[in-house]
Design a protein around this ligand. Structure first.
Ligand SMILES: Nc1ncnc2c1ncn2[C@@H]1O[C@H](COP(=O)(O)OP(=O)(O)OP(=O)(O)O)[C@@H](O)[C@H]1O
Length: 278
């Protein structure tokens, strides 16, 4: 297990030990160095260092407001860091975003989707946007829609704007998978997804890592992270409190116990909310 230390944060796109192709030779699928983000006086992410080995299934956990979404958004080119660096397979996300996004599949928090397209149209648009051959896009889109049980909605001409929250999650995941990324970064992928679809999602994600891909998920469901992930980081107040293999971080306890121990539990006192229930 490691803990973060306060080290000076390099600037986004700053110097790195890079190869002749301009990309750092890295064993990590994702490497964050001194990554930092402030909003006014608020420090959302406080110079975190994190390395996610290739082929791992990595869980990022932390309480509400810990900085998970902010960190993942900076790591995937969606939010510009105030300082520090993010490398995806050795590619600097903020210096070479096009190359980085080629190997990245992202399911962001609160995904904004074109509302006036059907799911199938969205995948077609997305595939063309990524310059994929039309036939490949059509085949993959049809397969993803079938496996994610969005086929019926497609046949009815349901627009993405009419999708339920779980359906939006699923079509978002399909867009993340379509171009065969090497690193999937999924913010709360299971949120609002029904149990049957969750099983399908798990099978897809396991197949992805079995084929050599790397996955990073954020989640509040500790049992889910324990069952899926081989590596975990616990973050709170913008800092990494622990990271390592699941067993290193748990230290012989459950992940939830370790989480509460590190983050601190708030107890409900006898006098609190005395008015509840009349
Ligand atoms: N656009 C923004 N403007 C101002 N503050 C922000 C903004 N985005 C995030 N924050 C603040 O940064 C901190 C980290 O937020 P973030 O959304 O990254 O947390 P999180 O760990 O993903 O939380 P949750 O588990 O509740 O989704 C919070 O204090 C939040 O209020």
């Amino acid at each position: 297990m490691t803990t973060t230390s306060a080290r000076p944060a390099p600037e986004p796109g700053g110097p790195a030990a890079e190869d002749s192709g301009g990309h750092a030779a890295s064993e990590s699928a994702l490497e964050l160095t001194g990554l930092r983000r402030t909003f006014g006086d608020k420090v959302a992410v406080d110079g975190i260092d994190l390395a996610v080995p290739r082929g791992s299934f990595f869980g990022l956990v932390g309480p509400n407001g810990a900085g998970k979404t902010t960190a993942l958004s900076m790591a995937t080119g969606l939010l510009r860091p105030s300082g520090g660096r993010a490398l995806v397979h050795g590619i600097n996300v903020w210096r070479d975003p096009v190359a980085a996004k080629r190997v990245l599949g992202v399911l962001p928090d609160g995904l904004a989707l074109p509302e006036r397209l059907t799911g199938g149209e969205l995948l077609t648009y997305w595939g063309r946007f990524r310059r994929m051959p039309a036939g490949v896009v059509a085949d993959r889109a049809a397969e993803l829609m079938r496996i994610l049980e969005l086929e019926e909605a497609e046949e009815l001409g349901t627009l993405v704007g009419e999708y339920s929250t779980g359906m939006r999650k699923k079509i978002g995941l399909a867009t993340a998978l379509l171009h065969t990324p090497r690193l999937l970064v999924l913010d709360e992928p299971y949120e609002a997804v029904d149990p049957v679809s969750a099983r399908v999602l798990t099978a897809i994600l396991r197949r992805f890592t079995a084929a050599g891909g790397t996955i990073i998920i954020s989640s509040h469901v500790m049992s889910l992270v324990e069952s899926l992930c081989d590596r975990v980081a616990i973050i709170a107040a913008g800092s990494v409190l622990a990271d390592g293999t699941l067993d290193e971080v748990r230290g012989g306890r459950t992940l939830e116990d370790r989480f509460v121990e590190l983050v601190g539990a708030s107890e409900l006192g006898e006098e609190d909310l005395a008015w509840i229930g009349g």
